[in-house]
Design a protein around this ligand. Structure first.
Ligand SMILES: [Zn+2]
Length: 212
């Protein structure tokens, strides 16, 4: 397979599908992570919480931990993914990578940049037959239309790499604390229980051809 995982911010993919991407890479599938924004953040008072340089450095470290070094980062603003510009940029990336599976945000996510990324991905990926949505995580990523778990990927082997990748995002780990990691470990256990394995990540299918 050729898996293109598209996210708005550096850390979104690690949170939502880091275990799956690591497992796919270990099995020899081609995996690319595409992040649309520079992922710098300020709080409401304008205080810098994360610079773009810090985000990129953390994202590269996390990608290496996952064994997915093919990470491309674009420079749209962290809180504003413009539909036309992002659609054109994603089309170019799709043409370059030629994925057989595209992963993206839930379109009813509570973060505007996640929504923008999902909408642009749907528009750009019209010719591509397999699109799955990954599961978001609060404080963003709380969909007003509930996420539906359709497909489960066993991440029993790669959960430690996922946790290490989360911690590689040192600014985010400092911001959200150990509860951030614990919650994602607990969710992996919950999704694993649903799937009859130890740990799993879940995906909602937009479309997926099946050969019978
Ligand atoms: Zn995000």
């Amino acid at each position: 397979m050729r898996i293109l995982a598209i996210g708005a911010h550096l850390d979104d993919l690690e949170v939502a599908c880091g275990g799956t991407l690591a497992a796919a890479a270990r099995r020899g599938h081609a995996v690319r992570m595409l992040v649309l924004t520079g992922s710098a953040y300020t709080n409401l008072r304008g205080q810098v919480l994360r610079t773009a340089e810090q985000a990129l450095s953390e994202g590269r470290a996390a990608a290496d931990v996952l064994g997915v070094p093919d990470l491309r980062v674009l420079a749209f603003p962290s809180k504003d993914v413009p539909f036309d510009g992002a659609t054109a940029a994603i089309k170019a990336e799709l043409a370059d990578f030629q994925p057989t599976l595209v992963l993206t945000h839930h379109p009813f996510d509570s973060h505007q940049a996640h929504v923008g990324t999902a909408r642009a991905t749907f528009a750009a990926a019209k010719p591509y037959k397999a699109i799955w949505l990954y599961e978001g995580m609060q404080p963003a990523g709380q969909p007003m239309v509930p996420f539906r778990a359709d497909v489960y990927i066993d991440i029993g082997e790669t959960l430690p790499a996922k946790v290490a990748a989360l911690k590689a995002h040192a600014s985010q780990y400092a911001k959200y604390g150990e509860a951030w990691v614990e919650t994602l470990e607990a969710r992996a256990r919950c999704r694993g229980f649903e799937a009859g394995v130890r740990h799993a990540e879940a995906f909602e299918v937009v479309r997926m051809p099946l050969a019978i």
